[in-house]
Design a protein around this ligand. Structure first.
Ligand code: ATP
Ligand code: ZN
Length: 313
């Protein structure tokens, strides 16, 4: 039998970050042994809950609430073109299959010093890389979209394969979104005021920020062209907060216009037969929480009274 070797925690230690960051985050997170995946303290989770409540207080009227699993159908991700755009970020679920005998043979490989993972087979699930993806097929499944369109409030634990030792980049993190489905005008009327509303939320919790046009991390050479086009068309804005440094601030919220992409993929259309557009406002819950602790300190009791009041902490 193998003797377990102690797991080195050096891979997820934040000591290379500036001293103040290191000191703050080491009080909030316990290393798991894998970069970008942490155990979170009760104090940290109380801030996540407070942020969720604050965001809920801005929930658009008539928004329908859905909470999604951290996994979603692999077929959905394939259908929406994720393999072309962000293959580098995918995490897929694989399992041991076959008879009990097959499974115990595979499992025994570990004890015998072999590689049990070579027997894993891809399942029909992937880890959800964004909270809004499961909502489009749900909306499309209802048939013709009413003229007023839809607004949804969604959230999920998300996974992106971007291991990093930086305190603002996780592999597993919480995302909350408000999603709009409608005509181009309806998406614009939704997104623009949200940029202002989001600034108000950041002001209320004492975060400094800039809002800038941005791009998604599209993969490869074609991806660079897609990213440039996305910027040129101003399809994505981010609210960036100085977390690690003022020079490279961290995207804590994003305001996205997908144009007809999801409408075409899922067949979202109105009674006139128009393909509908979609947009979403995404809140990176873990990044917002980290930003709060880095800005106001590791002890919530010492945070400015106005910030604690806004968060009811
Ligand atoms: P970035 O440019 O920083 O990689 P993104 O453009 O890929 O972010 P979105 O796809 O817009 O991010 O995701 C919505 C929000 O989810 C982001 O604004 C951010 O707050 C959060 N987020 C995205 N990736 C991560 C991550 N790896 N760790 C923590 N939060 C994340
Ligand atoms: Zn989204």
């Amino acid at each position: 039998m193998n003797i377990a070797t102690p797991i080195s925690h050096a891979c997820c230690d934040h000591s290379f970050e500036p001293e103040h960051l290191h000191a703050t985050v080491s009080q909030l997170f316990k290393p798991s042994g894998v970069d970008g995946v942490y155990g979170r303290t009760g104090a940290y989770e109380s801030v996540i809950e407070a942020l969720a409540a604050l965001i809920s207080s801005h929930r658009p009227q008539d928004a329908e609430v859905f909470r999604f699993a951290p996994v979603m159908p692999r077929a959905s991700l394939e259908k929406q073109g994720y393999l072309n755009s962000f293959p580098q970020l995918i995490g897929a679920v694989s399992t041991l299959t076959g008879s009990d005998r097959d499974i115990s043979k595979s499992a025994a490989k570990y004890e015998n010093g072999g590689d049990w993972t070579e027997d894993l087979k891809p399942s029909d699930l992937v880890l959800a890389p964004a909270a809004c993806y499961p909502i489009y097929p749900i909306a499309a499944g209802r048939g013709i979209v009413p003229d007023e369109g839809y607004v949804f409030d969604v959230a999920a634990d998300c996974f992106r394969h971007e291991p990093s030792r930086h305190v603002d980049r996780f592999q597993s993190f919480r995302m909350r979104e408000y999603v709009r489905i409608g005509t181009p005008q309806q998406i614009q009327d939704f997104r623009e005021p949200w940029v202002e509303r989001a600034k108000g939320i950041a002001d209320a919790i004492g975060l400094s920020y800039i809002v800038e046009v941005a791009n998604d991390p599209f993969f490869g050479r074609v991806g660079t062209m897609m990213a440039n086009q996305q910027r040129e068309d101003a399809l994505k804005f981010e609210l960036l907060v100085p977390v690690r440094s003022a020079q490279s601030p961290t995207a804590c919220m994003s305001f996205n216009y997908h144009k007809e992409h999801f409408g075409e993929v899922w067949g979202l259309h109105n009674a006139a037969g128009q393909v509908l557009h979609t947009g979403c406002v995404a809140f990176g819950m873990d990044r917002l929480a980290v930003a709060l602790f880095v800005t106001h300190g590791a002890k919530i009791a010492d945070w400015p009274a106005g910030v604690r009041q806004a968060l009811r902490l």
